[in-house]
Design a protein around this ligand. Sequence first.
Ligand SMILES: *Cc1c(COP(=O)(O)O)cnc(C)c1O
Length: 394
Amino acid sequence: MKPIYLDNNATTQVAPEVLDEMLPYFSTYYGNPSSMYTFGGNVAKKIKEARARMAELLGAQPEEIVFTACGTESDSTAIWAALRSNPSKRHVITSKVEHPAVKNLAEYLGRNGYRVTFVPVDKQGRLDTDYLYAQLNDDTAIVSLMWANNETGVIFPVEEIAAQVHKQGALFHTDAVQAVGKIPINLADNAIDMLALSGHKLHAPKGVGALYIRKGTKFAPFLLGGHQEHGRRGGTENVAGIVGLGKAAELAGARIEEENTRVRALRDRLENALLAKIPNALVNGDREHRLPNTTSIAFEFVEGESILLLMDEHNICASSGSACTSGSLEPSHVLRAMDVPFTAAHGSIRFSLSTYTTDAQIDLVIEKLPPIIDRLRKMSPFWAEKAATVCQVG
Ligand SMILES: *Cc1c(COP(=O)(O)O)cnc(C)c1O
C-alpha cells in the first residue's frame, strides 16, 4: 500500500522524470567527466547542463554553482569558507532555530575560539532582526540564517537582512534547503553571498546538494583534492546525482506556481479542517510568512509520538516536534526557542506536502486524525487534569 506521505520536509520522492534522466549515467555513460576522450566529455556536457538548470532556478550564473554531497556539506563549506578566508574575524551570527547542519557547527565554533551569537525568535518564530543588527560589528565574519524553517515553514526575510549585513562588511549565507523549489528565488536581485540546497528535499536523490557562491566572494574549499568544480570541491563528481539534481531544478521551476496555488490550498484545507474538528489545536509559527507546503500543529495534552504511531496504522507519514529529536522526550529546539508551552510542544505534528499530495489523501487525514486525538486524550492524565480545571472554573 502506498503511504500517505506528508513528510516532504524530511525527504521527498525522486520524481520519475528525474530517475529516467539519471539511469543512463549509472549504466551506459560511466565515463569520468575529467577524461580527455569524447566518452568522458559527453558526461562533462551533461554536468554542464545540470549546472545551467540549477543556476536558472536560482537566478544565478552557472559558474556560481558548486555541486556537493548534501545540504549539510554545503552549509559547512559556506561557514568554514567565510572563516578561513577572513581569519582575523572571530564572530559568527546565526539563529536559535537553525537545522542541526548549522546549529551543531555553530556550537562547535563557540567551543573552539569563536564568539557565536544565536539570535532569538518570537512566539510566532519570527526573527528578532533588531537584535541581530545590534550584534553586527567589525569582527563579524559571517551571518548564517535559514531561509525557511524545516519544522514550522516560517520564512525569514533573508534578502533584507543580507543587505544590512553587507553594509557591515560581513558575509551572508543562507540555508535554503527548505526554500528552494517552494518559493521564488532570484539571487541576481539580492546581496546573498552563499546559499545551500539539497537534492533530496527537492525530488532529486539523496547524496547530492549544491552551494551557490556569488562571483567575487572569497572562498576556501572544504574538500581539497582534484580540480573538479573549478577546484572548489575535490572528488570525482556524483554524475548521476548531479544529473538528477539538474532535472529536479528544471521541474521545480516549472512547478513553483502549482506549489503556491494547489499545494498551498491543500495545506490550508488540511490545517483549517483539523483546527475546526479538534479542540485545543494550535498552529506553531507565523501563518502568513510561511512555506506553502508546511503546517506544524500542536495538539495540546497528547504525545506526538503516540499520534505518529496511531497515524502509522493508516499508513500516514508525518513528523513530531522534530525528526532529529525523536526518541528523546525533549521538545525540539525550534519549538523551545518559540516558547511553545511544554504541553503543546509535546503534541506537535508537522505535515509537509508536495506536488504528489492528492485531495483524497488530505481527506483521509481529516477523517482519521480527529478520532485518534480524541482517543489519546481520553487516556491522557494531562487532559483529565485540564478537563477537571475547566469544570471547576465553569
Ligand atoms: C534537510 C535539511 C538540511 C540537511 O540537508 P542534507 O542534504 O540532509 O544534509 C539542512 N537544512 C535544512 C533546513 C534541512 O531541512
